[in-house]
Design a protein around this ligand. Structure first.
Ligand code: SF4
Length: 123
């Protein structure tokens, strides 16, 4: 079945029509470059997203800290990842960029903290 995808790889936002050719392959119409075809192919076969969330900490002062995946992860792993994130706690102090999950389910994707807490200012 034909599907239209908007390429998000650059600000052009090309509308790409994906047509199955019947032999397991696809034809991509409307992409202005090869990156668009790669993007559209991934979107229909194994779409990926960067996941952002908040994770509980062990402190009442700062109950939650924001986290994100360090690269896009296949959508099929998002729910298991969120379940894991919501079942764990971050021990403070925490530093921006600190990895709290390494190589989630052998995907090569890590989850990192995106805020340092507490902030320490040097005089
Ligand atoms: S197809 Fe190429 S030009 Fe069009 S939005 Fe994607 S990356 Fe940009």
């Amino acid at each position: 079945m034909e599907k239209e995808i908007i390429c998000l790889s650059c600000p052009n936002g090309c509308h790409i029509t994906v047509q199955p050719t019947g032999d397991g392959q696809y034809q991509f119409l409307g992409a202005k470059c090869e990156r668009g075809e790669v993007y559209a192919h991934e979107e229909i076969t194994d779409p990926k997203r960067v996941v952002t969330a908040v994770v509980q900490t062990d402190s009442e002062e700062m109950s939650y800290l924001p986290v994100k995946t360090d690269k896009p992860i296949s959508k099929k792993y998002i729910n298991p990842l969120l379940e894991k994130l919501y079942s764990q706690k971050i021990n403070l102090p925490a530093k921006c960029g600190q990895i709290i999950i390494h190589n989630f389910m052998q995907t090569g994707v890590n989850v990192v903290i995106t805020r340092t807490y507490p902030l320490v200012f040097k005089k």
